[in-house]
Design a protein around this ligand. Structure first.
Ligand code: PEP
Ligand code: MN
Length: 366
């Protein structure tokens, strides 16, 4: 049955203007007028209301240069696929998604070569398959440690190679995104930047998976619209990260909103991971919340670790000690088996990737 609806047409990336016009012409020939969604004009066509049958929808999907055609039944149609098939995002050889449980760990910030090496070794030993460790810190105070900056890039590259694990780092600006692009496997948009439009657009145009943290005063709907902004530029490789929101409760640094996992599952096909370190701010609370996250259906957790948290330049009170991360890693792996998720997340596509990585990543418990 035909009924009026608004459509969003996501184009292939890097179409020439002539190709965009050809697609629009073909669509117009079938009675579907369109306009370029402003700002994202290289990627998305929005159409006006049309009577359209399921068959003609399939016809539009078959036009060369068209990547997706989605009815605008929600304000964020690209991240809310209609059938809600959970998607998997590949970060290097690691798949973050419904079949796996991914432990992401490392220091909050790269401080020294000894400190970061010890933290990454602890992460790898605990079964982490993605490493974190920031070069740039977005601190609330201008007098706090701001990160070692580009000086840490080589260190990051060296240990990524040595451990054979992909890395995620935060970028605060489009310029930083370019700076780290050759070295990192995934970029992170921090809570303070969740609605930084230029950064969202730059990450959307990049060919790199993006972790999008929830702003600490953002509703889930606002968070999804930020993800949609990234997706509207053609990048659908987005992993959401719940990291706590601001409430009246002072016992924890933030109030970790685990209900967001269930709500996101209802509204969105993107993977979601949880950061219990920033979510609680206290080392002793991190394991319970990490375990709660996996039980609630999260696709992974991201945890801070530091060899000497008492000397940390950033977020020491929430960093686990290496042996604590090891214990947590074992508990998460046990729970992952129970919820039928693989913690050795080189999925079916393992063969596409280099042998070193595969050997390294396959070592975790099944
Ligand atoms: C972080 O993960 O180091 C961080 C700065 O977190 P958030 O952006 O959630 O505050
Ligand atoms: Mn931190």
């Amino acid at each position: 049955v035909a009924h009026p609806q608004r459509l969003l047409v996501l184009l292939e990336r890097d179409l020439q203007p002539a190709d965009v016009e050809r697609v629009r012409g073909t669509m117009a020939g079938r009675g579907v007028e369109s306009r370029l969604a402003d700002e994202y004009e290289d990627t998305v066509l929005a159409t006006t209301h049309h009577e359209i049958s399921p068959e003609s929808l399939d016809g539009l999907r078959a036009i060369k240069g068209v990547r997706r055609v989605v009815p605008m039944t929600t304000p964020h149609p690209l991240v809310s696929s209609r059938d809600h098939t959970a998607s998997e995002v590949r970060v290097g050889a690691v798949g973050i998604g419904p079949r796996t449980f991914t432990l992401i760990a490392g220091p909050c910030a790269i401080e020294t070569s000894e400190q970061s090496r010890a933290a990454w070794d602890a992460a790898a030993a605990a079964g982490a398959t993605v490493l974190r460790g920031d070069l740039f810190k977005h601190r609330t105070s201008p007098y706090s440690f701001q990160g070692v900056g580009r000086a840490g890039l080589e260190l990051l590259a060296e240990h990524r190679r040595r451990l054979g694990l992909p890395v995620v780092v935060e970028v605060l600006s489009p310029g930083q995104l370019e700076l780290v692009a050759d070295v990192v496997d995934m970029v992170r948009i921090g809570a303070r930047n969740m609605q930084n439009r230029d950064l969202l657009l730059a990450c959307g145009r990049a060919r790199k998976p993006v972790m999008l943290k929830r702003g600490f005063t953002a509703t889930i709907e606002e968070w999804l619209l930020a993800a949609e902004t990234v997706a509207s530029c053609g990048n659908l490789d987005i992993v959401l990260c719940e990291r706590g929101i601001r409430t009246f409760e002072p016992s924890t640094r933030n109030t970790l909103d685990l209900s967001a996992i269930a709500v996101i599952r209802e509204r969105c096909q993107l993977p979601i991971v949880v950061d219990p370190s920033h979510g609680t701010g206290h080392r002793r609370l991190v394991p319970s919340l990490a375990l709660a996250a996996i039980a609630a259906g999260a696709d992974g957790v991201m945890v801070d670790v530091h060899p000497r948290p008492d000397t940390a330049l950033c977020d020491g009170p929430q960093a686990l000690l290496p042996h604590e991360l090891g214990e947590l890693g074992a508990q998460l792996a046990a729970l992952a088996r129970f919820v039928e998720r693989d913690v050795s997340p080189v999925g079916a596509a393992a063969d596409d990737h280099d042998g070193g990585n595969v050997a390294r990543l396959s070592r975790g418990p099944r």
